[in-house]
Each structure stands twice: as structure tokens, then as C-alpha cells.
Design a protein around this ligand. Sequence first.
Ligand code: ADP
Ligand code: MG
Length: 484
Amino acid sequence: MTARIAGRTGDFEMVIGLEVHAQVVSNAKLFSGAGTAFGAEPNCQVSPVDAAMPGMLPVINEFCVEQAVRTGLGLKAEINSFSVFDRKNYFYPDLPAGYQISQYSQPIVGRGSILLDMDDGATREVGITRLHLEQDAGKSVHDRDPQVTHVDLNRNGIALMEIVSEPDIRSAQEAGAYLRKLRSILRYLGTCDGNMEQGSMRCDANVSVRRDGEPYGIRCEIKNLNSVRNVMRAIDYEAGRQVEAIEDGDEVAQETRLFDAAKGTTRTMRGKEEAHDYRYFPDPDLVPLVLDPDWIAAIEAALPELPDDKKNRFVEAYGLSSYDAGVLVSERACAEYFETAAQGRDPKVVANWLTVELFGALNKAALDIDQSPVSARALGGLVDLIADATISGRIAKEVFAEMFETGREASEIVAEKGLKQVTDTREIEAVVDTVLAEHGNKVAEFRAGKEKLFGFLVGQVMKATKGKANPKSVNEILRMRLSD
Ligand code: ADP
Ligand code: MG
């Protein structure tokens, strides 16, 4: 699904690599025992290590290391049993130490891959270059006081995983699919909550363009994009800008750019900094990180079933389409909901109710599946009523809306409102006869060859029975009467 950009002088192709900063789910920071809760009072979660007090020493948080290993395993990546923490030196008011502890030449996780599920059902593999652990920086607060800038160090020292992709992505759609899939895997693993609005997952997009068969072009890096949609918008804009520049005979400068979400454009932030600008060197306060293979194996053995495996199982065990299975497994809670509701029922029917009616209603009400007013068991109850012909599919939609509104059981609503399907053929025959008598000229037209009127007559019968007549019986009886 390569996105072609039609330029004045021919087609171009996008080349994209993404760097994602994923905040590690952990109660304590990477090198200190300070807390990590989001939205805490400024500077209340800062230990002397985070404030870079003289003489303080970092102590590695084993749980954060475990989370990085778990993530690496979930990305089918090599786990490096020997890795090194380096100092990345730069000055920033919210970085009191004057350096960030990161990993450079020897990261904890090496090559892996992510499978993208595209809308047309196709899959594509994107390589993961590496995953390394590093500290987050603090935050400069400019909007609290017009005169001064405040510094909040709560975030300083929180563990991040930087996950770098190969330049394998070829369109904004693929970039979106990559981020959604990565987020889904991280959530399954419980290693990052994937919340882009709260900044626990941030993305930098590297974009270049090239003509067919040419080597990779010069890339620009767009910083700190805070939603999947903005990543996609920024990529499309940036690729277009580069094509124009090249066609105008200009060079694309390798630089760091910012995305303006209001305008939908990118602009120069700074020239590209090189590794030597940061004067990386191994942090003398930390020994190399050496992992015990048994410890890694134990983490691997305890991994949950991940989205790709779950999706394959859903296709095989339940006979779902690859698309439906992909939708259902994107969140663990949805997959669990489905499996509960599908227990002993037609899985395709259940999947359909979930992906169409339930997801639609949840979306409209801005609710997560965990907050669904209709439980998996209750939805199963509704599907049972359709299966045993107590209600028609059409009535079921009404019942579902009521269930969603009130949280009540399907059987209760059906009984109370008298929605039970009319299957008694004599009753239906009587209605059919009345309808035919009322619409004598339509019947004549139908008999004269206007086949389309059959649908109209079915509609009239359904209307007369308030939708409760069994549609199959209505069809049969009408056909019979009209052929008399
Ligand atoms: P840096 O430290 O310069 O940001 P990294 O190796 O951390 O370098 O990340 C480089 C990112 O840029 C990777 O995601 C990689 O896939 C991507 N990338 C490299 N070359 C290109 C290119 N020509 N076009 C687009 N993306 C690229
Ligand atoms: Mg980088």
C-alpha cells in the first residue's frame, strides 16, 4: 500500500521511520523511588536523585528493566543480555543533571518486528531497529505566570522505552496502523498505557521521499506528535512539501521540524543534531546491565496471548473474517467480551453485534468497553432470542437500544413491551389478507408485472404487525396469496 505522490515531474514514494517514546508502567522511576502518578501536584514526586542533588547515585529499578524485556519479547525482538547506560549530554532548564541517562550503542533490545493489519485485510511487516531505556525530562511551565517560567520535575526520571522502527513504512495509513498495533501490543503487555493525550506515548516521525528505484532521500524528523491522526496529517503534509522542494530544484535539508496542528503544516525547529553533539559516554555511576537468561525465559513464559496470535485463533476457532478478528482483538477487553458472549452461540452473529451495534453505541456515548451498559452475558441473551426466533433481527435492534439505555436484560424488555415475534401463521395470514384488501390497486399492478411492489407489500404487513411478524413467514404467505 505504497502511497504515490503525483508530482509535476512524476511519481514519488514516501519513506517513513517512527521513533516512539513509551512511558513504562511502573510505580517508581527508572533510577529513583519517586512516584509516577499522572497529574500530581508539581514537584511532589521528586527524589534528590531526580533533582540531581550533588553526590546522589542512580539505582536501577528492576521492574522497569523487566517491562522493557517484556516489551522486547512482545515485539519478537532480540533481548540483549548485556547492555549499557550512557549519558546524553545537553542543557535544558528542566534537565537539572545536564544529561539524560539513556542507552546508545548497546541497547537492551535489538531487532524485532511488527505486523500491520491494513484495512483491505492485507498484512505488512515493519522492522523494529531497537528499543532502549531512558529517563524522561522535566517540564517547563510557561502558562502559569506571565513573567517567569516554572519547572516541574515530576516527570524527570520517569522510565521511557524509545522504540525505533526501520524506514519500512510507506504511507500515512501504514504509520497509523503501526502506531495502533504498537499501542495494542503495549497495552496487552501492560508495559505502557498508550495514552497519547496524556503524553505516555509520543511519536517523532522521520519522513523522506524518493522517485522509483532511487536510494533513500534526505529525511526530516517531525517532533512530539500527540495523536495518531496528527502523525498521519504531519506525514502527508511533510511528504508533499518535500516533493515540491525537490521539483523546484531545492535540496531538502536534514532538520528537526515541528507540526502545527491548527494549520496542518510543519516548520523548521532546528538543524539536525548528530550523536557527537551529545558527547555520549557510558554513565560512570552505573555498571552494565547483565540479564540472567533464566529470568528472561520466565518473563517470556508468562507473556499473555498477543493480538496477532489471538487474531489467528479467532479466525480459525470462530471462523471470523480476518478484518472482524482484527477489530475484536485490538483491545484485550473487547476480545474477552467477545469470547464470553460467543460462548455456545454463533460466533459470527455475536461478532457482528459487537462490531456494528455495540461498538457503534459505545462510540457515540464515548464509553470504553469496560463501561458498557450491556454486559457480554446480556448481549449473549439477546442473540439467543434471535436464534430461537423469539424476536426478529429488526426488533432486536430496538431491544438492544433499550438495553444500552437502561442496562436491562433483553428478555425483560421483550416481555414487558410485548415484542415477541408473531410466528403463528394464521395470525399473519389474517394481516396479509387485510393488507391485500386495502391495497387492491397495488396488488393488480404487481400481478401485471411490477415485481418491485412485493417489497412494498411486505413492508405494509410488517408495519401492521409493528415489526413483530416473522419476516420469513410473511414472505411465504404473501407469495402464496399473490400467486392464487
Ligand atoms: P536519530 O538519532 O538521528 O534520530 P535514529 O536511528 O534514532 O536516528 O532514528 C532514525 C529514524 O529515522 C529511524 O526510525 C529510521 O527508520 C528513520 N530513517 C532513517 N533514514 C530514513 C530516511 N531516509 N527516510 C525516512 N526515515 C528514515
Ligand atoms: Mg532519534
